[in-house]
Design a protein around this ligand. Structure first.
Ligand code: BGC
Length: 397
């Protein structure tokens, strides 16, 4: 199974997970709060803030023709309405270096972290949250738009709402079903408001990145079926059903990791995977055909699709190669079945800061040692061969 010659191949990262020194956002506070779920400080990250140029050159040398990264809002707007010229200059250098490699940039404007001041005034629940977000989006686009061929407004609004407001292991650390649903709705509105604001500021191709797990009821009973319907609405349908009309954007980012079983008897509302299911370092159930299934679901929006994240946390790189090749086969099958998928960005380029889990989970194609030296794993070379040829059949180790 082959993919088109103009297919985009690369990896994804986010600012807080790789840059280091992001001390002015809500995550930094969460990491340093004695009772939060976060296990360690993001600290110096993998020092991508200073090493971006070498990192891009390495990714390019591995055959990638695209790369996804995020801009850190708390650096751009350290206080309300106060925009940092040095932060803009930094990201201009970053995006210029990326363009210089020939890789196509996917730039996420908000990937989980909020400026401390924005979180302190109520975060997404403040009455003017959407106005403040769109002002930031417009500012970044006006300054850097020519360097951002693909702009992603928000990363995984559903996971911001779920992890932060229902499960409580991301900031603000709440477990409140009412606020969970309200924030989900606000975040959809934030995307829909950001699209015209970014267009007016001269933005090019605008999209949203959604995580689309395969959701199944844990048992065949009324309670499971009804919670499953609610979860499917809040995590999948609320977003996909509202992107189809004008103006939901120009493309959709599909992020796929796993299958989950909805279970009202579990305190988290998600049950354990059935015995025997292969699990990752995160305890996530591996289910490659789910990528094909969710690409079909996402295609109902009518938007061109890019897989903007897909990957596995594992210390066994052979397992990563299997995960990668089986998921790419599922993607290729979806394409063969008529789904318009135009690129695949693996999560992640490097082992990095995995939010509340700290640095333990290893999602990278490339490892990073204590001196910040980068070392491509065998999976990076397998991916390089696929990216260079577009051919999936042969994946020699
Ligand atoms: C997020 C990433 C995260 C990855 C693995 C996605 O939910 O966008 O920031 O590291 O999944 O958990």
């Amino acid at each position: 199974m082959d993919l088109p010659a103009d297919f985009l191949w690369g990896t994804a990262t986010s600012a807080h997970q790789v840059e280091g020194g992001n001390t002015n956002n809500d995550w930094w506070d969460f990491e340093h709060h004695p009772t939060s779920a976060a296990q360690t400080s993001s600290g110096d990250g993998i020092d991508h803030f200073h090493r971006y140029s070498d990192d891009f050159a390495l990714l390019r040398s591995l055959g990638h023709n695209a790369h996804r990264l995020s801009i850190e809002w708390s650096r751009i707007e350290p206080a309300p309405g106060e925009f940092s010229r040095t932060a803009i200059a930094h990201y201009r250098r970053v995006l210029t270096a990326l363009a210089g490699t020939g890789m196509t940039a996917f730039v996420t404007l908000h990937h989980f972290t909020l400026p401390r001041w924005f979180a302190a005034r109520g975060g997404w629940l403040a009455p003017d949250a959407i106005d403040l977000f769109t002002r930031y989006c417009a500012h970044v686009t006006a300054e850097l738009g020519s360097l951002m061929p693909y702009i992603c407004t928000l990363n995984e609004p559903q996971m911001i709402a779920l992890h932060g407001y229902l499960e409580g292991y991301h900031p603000p650390g709440l477990t409140n079903p009412v606020l969970w649903r309200r924030v989900g709705s606000v975040l959809l509105d934030a995307h829909l408001a950001a699209v015209p604001a970014i267009r007016a500021a001269g933005g090019a191709q605008i999209g949203l990145a959604v995580q689309l797990p395969v959701l199944a009821p844990a048992r065949d009973d009324d309670a499971c079926r009804s919670l499953h319907r609610l979860m499917r609405y809040e995590i999948v349908d609320r977003y996909l059903d509202n992107l189809a009309g004008p103006d939901g954007g120009d493309w959709l980012g599909v992020q796929y990791y796993r299958k989950q079983w909805v279970d009202p008897a579990s305190p988290t509302w998600f049950g354990e995977p059935p015995t025997g299911t292969p699990l990752t370092q995160m305890g996530w159930a591996v289910h490659p055909d789910g990528l094909r299934e969710m690409l079909h679901r996402a295609a109902a929006t009518g938007l061109p699709l890019y897989v903007t994240e897909n990957g596995i946390a594992t210390t066994d790189d052979t397992e990563r190669i299997t995960y990668l090749t089986t998921h790419l086969a599922a993607l290729a099958q979806a394409c063969a079945e008529g789904v318009d998928v135009r690129g695949y960005l693996h999560w992640s380029a490097f082992d990095n800061f995995e939010w509340s889990e700290g640095y333990r989970p290893r999602f990278g194609l490339i490892s990073v040692d204590d001196s910040f030296a980068r070392l491509p794993k065998p999976s990076a070379h397998v991916f390089a061969r696929i990216a260079r040829t577009g051919q999936l059949q042969e994946t020699p180790r």
